[in-house]
Design a protein around this ligand. Structure first.
Ligand SMILES: *Cc1c(COP(=O)(O)O)cnc(C)c1O
Length: 428
């Protein structure tokens, strides 16, 4: 994509909106008038279809009571499997390799409990120093459960610049002491995409299993987990997938691992036909369903039915194409309009290395975000100095992106941010 084909005018932004083949999906979402939502990478917005599916599920409960498990409009007993099937194209897997269950952190615990098998000198877990804290806490506690000290057994690949990871550095850290590797698909601050195919191949050459945290990539970029032979992955469904706050998460397990006993078992790990035999010997499902634990949080699954319908209709390749274009447009305008104000682009410029958001670094970032909010723009702040802006393919318009940059320029020109303290809020 050529940055120099863009123009900085409002007319041009409107023209891009007219040419946007996904623009009709915008009407599916609850967008607030006089507000521009740039935080869909943290909590996606509610769609009318997600709302409708939730109401339908509530209605089944109201009218059918316990029969909702098997006879509702969206039978609850197989809903996790059904949503796994709908999610599979988003991660490039077959239906039985994906299940919607748990949360990101719980699924990580499950997958580590299942696939971390320290043996001989291979006892360590490899992660990275830029990853999301919850993943690190989970890995540290898993190591302790196995009687290892996280200080010696959790290896964190270093970043050379505090923003990005080099695949070469990760590969160099794949020593014969490593039993398991856990990495993000997309880094939550910089938006860098790791080369999952290459890292998986290199891990496997060395006999190491590898799993990915897909929170920041699911619904934003296509994946080919099966083709790349990734061992497992896990993600949340409330960011780009718009499943709602605390929506149930998802996981993928490569079919070559089917039959591996779940590290954290429960009756929902069962083969569906066996579950209600109520035996004290578990017969696990021969699918990713085996890595479920207990009763699904049905009301937190329901909105995802509607949300995934939208993704099925829009198509992840179309979503990625618009996401790349609108993020390019944002970067183009930022460069054009804000070059005097000491912002640093904290995301990769190269398309194949950048996920669904743009990170801007600035020493006044916390209070610039507060000034944006006062102006009706919802950004996302990440300590210590990052403003994340996510134009979302399904509901952000080019005109909105244009307005965001104009407003940011006004805030910087008039030093509007000086009214605020340069500190983060509780949830930021
Ligand atoms: C959002 C996010 C999480 C959150 O985990 P939950 O269990 O859903 O609270 C974990 N990891 C990454 C990389 C995230 O972006």
């Amino acid at each position: 994509m050529q940055l120099n084909t863009f123009k900085p005018t409002l007319e041009y932004a409107k023209q891009l909106d007219q040419e946007d083949s996904l623009s009709s999906f915008r009407d599916e979402f609850y967008l607030k008038p006089d507000s521009i939502y740039m935080d869909g990478n943290s909590l996606g917005l509610l769609s009318k279809r997600a709302e409708r599916r939730l109401i339908e599920v509530l209605n089944d409960w109201k009218e059918q009571g316990i029969d909702g498990w098997t006879q509702g409009k969206h039978p609850w007993f197989s809903l996790s499997e059904k949503l796994g099937e709908m999610s599979a194209p988003l991660v490039g897997a077959s239906s039985e390799e994906v299940i919607v269950t748990g949360s990101t952190t719980v699924n990580l615990h499950q997958l580590v409990a299942t696939f971390y098998n320290p043996k001989g000198t291979r006892t360590k877990i490899l992660a990275d120093e830029l990853t999301f804290p919850s993943d690190i806490y989970a890995l540290q506690s898993q190591l302790r459960t196995h009687g290892y000290s996280p200080d010696t057994h959790l290896i964190r690949v270093k970043s050379r610049d505090g923003r990005f990871l080099e695949e070469d550095d990760i590969i160099e850290a794949m020593t014969d002491e490593i039993a398991l590797i856990i990495l993000p698909t997309v880094l939550y601050r910089s938006g860098q995409i790791l080369d999952m195919e290459r890292l998986t191949a290199e891990a496997h050459k060395r006999g190491i299993l590898i799993g990915f945290d897909g929170c920041h990539s699911i619904g934003a970029i296509p994946h080919s987990f099966s083709k790349w032979d990734v061992d497992f992955a896990y993600w949340c469904n409330y960011k780009h997938l718009n499943g709602g706050p605390g929506c149930v998460g998802g996981l993928y397990v490569n079919k070559k691992h089917f039959g591996t006993a779940p590290g954290l078992a429960g009756w929902f790990s069962s083969k569906k036909e066996k579950q209600f035999d109520m035996e004290h010997t578990l017969t696990p499902a021969d699918s990713a369903g085996a890595y479920q634990i207990g009763t699904p949080h049905v009301l937190s699954l329901a909105p995802l039915i509607g949300s995934l319908e939208i993704f099925t209709e829009a198509g992840i390749d179309n979503i990625r194409a618009k996401s790349l274009k609108i993020n390019h447009y944002l970067m183009y305008l930022l460069e054009k309009e804000l070059s005097d104000f000491n912002f640093t682009l904290g995301s990769p410029r190269e398309d194949k290395k950048r996920g669904g958001h743009v990170s801007l670094e600035h020493k006044e970032a916390a209070r610039i975000c507060k000034a944006l909010k006062e102006n009706g723009i919802i950004p996302d702040f990440r300590a210590p100095n990052i403003i994340r802006l996510a134009p979302v393919a399904l509901y952000t318009s080019y005109t909105e992106v244009w307005e965001v940059v104009q407003t940011l320029k006004k805030i910087m020109n008039d030093k509007e941010y000086e009214k605020f303290k340069n500190e983060r809020e509780v949830v930021a």
